[in-house]
Write a protein that binds this ligand. Structure first.
Ligand SMILES: [Zn+2]
Length: 504
């Protein structure tokens, strides 16, 4: 896909920052998206969503409509759908049951937004929205939005209420309290929401109007980095990785002191993106304590030597990883349970966890205060991970490592590939169950075949996986067979064929 084609596929969207005067100052209404929602699931955000064709039609009927009228219509409609609020409308004399009835009909698709306005005798109050910035989803995310942000004030006589569904909750909160939730890791924020909260904290609306539209750390409205929770910065970088991934997430952890985890890109231009980002953090007075590699795979270490030379920071990895990187100069080894205590206004304590399975020296990092896990290739944001066959990969070790992570009960998992995992407990349970199911399928396939090469079992065991991925699947299948051999449940002949053995 060319850049132009990719841009053409970006969908228009609108979001509304709803404000009211609270006892403790200005408050905003934020919502939490359900973990199942594909984009922004589990994150705190503002009411909003996609522009519909009907929004364009309705906007065309608005008298004296401005260029962004369709987006304003989308913003008003989404706000009404998600919170029941209609800016610029006086609800006096209209029973709340009637408003709820209209909202239900709109959500069910039984009527359009134009019908709702007619039934409630409400105006299409485009001017009740004030522009508050524009944000475009970064290119590594599959579904991208070009979102217009607006500010609206809660009209007298109306209240915001979330109905469970795509949104799990909604509440009024001050910007200070919202940012405190982001700092302790209990509320994850995308860059636009973080920017809005910081602007509102620094100066209440409307004094922050200009600041809202002038975000830093963005290029052409696209944020260059993400700090979903305080002190966990994610920079996705293009690397020679395995499909369907195209990027490796490099993490910059900490406050005044930083750990850089998995500098992956090999290509000079992509390395420069990381260098620029490190320079910006250092210009803020932060110091890089160390560069840590989760494991030796090429898409995790591509910029390691260059970054080490540039920053003069020690490059660290587990001994088993160091042994597999003879071409790299490492400055030290990381042992299981070693703790990196990082200084800063909010100190962090990252514990290294030796988690072999995907690679022999694989490390994860776990922050105990916020229960955040930087998972390397133990888990992926989308799909599952490949377990190489022995001796590099080890299915028994991998499952034991997964169980160890499960025992730590992480709240948020930051994988090396794909989006952040917000439903950590559920995902770990799924990973373990998925591996156990595959193992059962391998045992059955082997019993049916009598004696077979791993490749011959792939179509049966991986019937649910596209044939193009079968070559990769064969690695994981061989890893399962090796586990069965170690457990005495299969035998491996000298011709490379495997056969069932013992009770299964
Ligand atoms: Zn890997």
């Amino acid at each position: 896909m060319s850049d132009e084609e990719a841009r053409a596929r970006i969908r228009r969207a609108a979001a509304v920052v709803l404000l009211r005067a609270g006892a403790a100052g200005q408050e905003l209404f934020w919502v939490r998206r359900s973990a199942e929602v594909s984009l922004g699931g589990g994150f705190h955000a503002f009411a909003g969503g996609r522009l519909d064709e009907a929004d364009n039609v309705l906007a065309a009927t608005a008298p004296g409509a401005c260029d962004d009228a369709p987006l304003r219509v989308a913003a008003l409609r989404e706000l009404f759908e998600e919170t029941g609020v209609l800016p610029g409308w006086d609800p006096s004399g209209v029973p709340s049951s009637r408003v709820a009835e209209c909202r239900r009909a709109l959500l069910a698709g039984a009527c359009g937004f134009a019908d709702v306005l007619r039934r409630l005798d409400a105006p299409l109050a485009l001017a009740a929205l004030a522009p508050a910035g524009r944000w475009i989803t970064p290119p590594f995310v599959r579904t991208r939005f070009d979102a217009a942000f607006f500010v609206a004030c809660l009209p007298p006589g109306q209240g915001a209420e979330v109905w469970p569904g795509e949104l799990v909750s909604g509440e009024w909160i001050t910007p200070e309290a919202a940012l405190a939730r982001w700092e302790d890791g209990s509320a994850l924020l995308h860059p636009p929401a973080l920017h809005v909260l910081r602007c509102l904290r620094d100066a209440p609306w409307p004094a922050c109007s200009d600041a809202l539209q002038q975000a830093t750390g963005v290029r052409d409205h696209v944020p260059l980095t993400m700090e979903f929770q305080a002190g966990v910065r994610l920079v996705p970088l293009r690397t020679p990785t395995l499909p369907p991934a195209t990027h490796t997430n490099c993490y910059l952890l900490g406050g005044d002191e930083l750990l850089i985890v998995d500098p992956g890109p090999s290509e000079a231009g992509e390395q420069q993106v990381l260098f620029d980002f490190c320079d910006a953090l250092r210009a803020e007075g932060r110091r890089v304590r160390a560069i840590v590699l989760t494991h030796e795979h090429v898409d995790h270490v591509g910029a390691a030597a260059a970054l080490r030379a540039r920053l003069g920071a020690p490059l660290l990895a587990h001994a088993e990883t160091a042994a597999r990187l003879p071409e790299l100069t490492l400055d030290g080894l990381v042992a299981d349970d070693e703790v990196f205590a990082l200084a800063g206004a909010r100190p962090q304590s990252w514990r290294a966890l030796f988690t072999p399975g995907h690679a022999r020296g694989h490390l994860c990092l776990f922050e105990e205060g916020t229960r955040s896990l930087v998972a390397g290739d133990m888990l992926a944001g989308v799909g599952t991970v490949v377990i190489p066959s022995s001796p590099e990969g080890d299915m028994s070790a991998y499952m034991a490592s997964l169980e160890r992570l499960q025992g730590l009960a992480p709240r948020t998992i930051y994988p090396a590939h794909g989006p952040v995992i917000v439903d950590a407990a559920e995902r770990l349970r799924f990973y373990l169950e998925h591996r156990r199911e595959r193992e059962r399928a391998v045992v059955e396939a082997l019993q049916a075949a009598g004696c077979a090469l791993p490749e011959e079992l792939v179509p049966r065991v991986y019937a649910d996986v596209a044939p193009s991925a079968h070559a990769l699947a064969a690695h994981s299948l061989r890893a399962v067979l090796d586990k069965l051999v170690r457990e005495g449940r299969a035998e491996r002949g000298c011709d490379g064929r495997y056969a069932s053995a013992g009770p299964s």
